[in-house]
Design a binder for this molecule. Sequence first.
Ligand SMILES: N[C@@H](CCC(=O)N[C@@H](CS)C(=O)NCC(=O)O)C(=O)O
Length: 209
Amino acid sequence: MKLHGYFRSSAAYRVRIALNLKGVPYEHATVHLLKGEHRTEAWRARHPQGRVPALETDEGAFLIQSPAILEWIEERWPRPPLLPEDALERARVRAVCAIVACDIHPLNNLATLGWLKERLGADQAAVDAWYAHWITEGFAAIERLLAPGPYAFGETPGMADLHIVPQVFNARRFSVPLEAFPRIRAVDEACAAHPAFAAAAPENQPDAA
Ligand SMILES: N[C@@H](CCC(=O)N[C@@H](CS)C(=O)NCC(=O)O)C(=O)O
């Protein structure tokens, strides 16, 4: 199996953590975002949105969109589960995942920030303020939704954790203050000590700059 991604892509980071938690081996293939490799015709022929990640399965399927990839991983390798058994609990976990994947991340990815600068004339200070605003707003909600730890929803790591950790990485990278989010920071700290998360960290990827 081959994961097409980029070391700093938070959507690819989510998938790396999930595969590691499941103990599923995979090969890493770089699509270099800063070199624009995701915008080439060759890549778009495989991923029509021109984004990462994509997961190429051993059967030859080519999966895109991290939420779909994560659901497929969960269904293909049900153990250990990344979602709770109880349907209501699953909905609560998925709500936190959606805050990250649907409400924070799309507003802060490379294409969106580029549009702000190039089409709307925003300067770097304005872009940084935009970036921090959406993380802070989303994290404020997540902070109130987390269950007792050490992980986001209890004693084992799962879908919520693998969404939160890459988003915290992004926040730190752009110096977004996290003092107001002690529970999120505690989840991040617990995950950092877990080998599946450590192995997935951007700095431990073969294409890390
Ligand atoms: N919803 C998509 C988002 C994919 C996405 O936007 N990935 C970013 C990297 S984290 C990307 O490829 N950005 C390229 C760009 O914005 O031009 C997913 O979860 O897979």
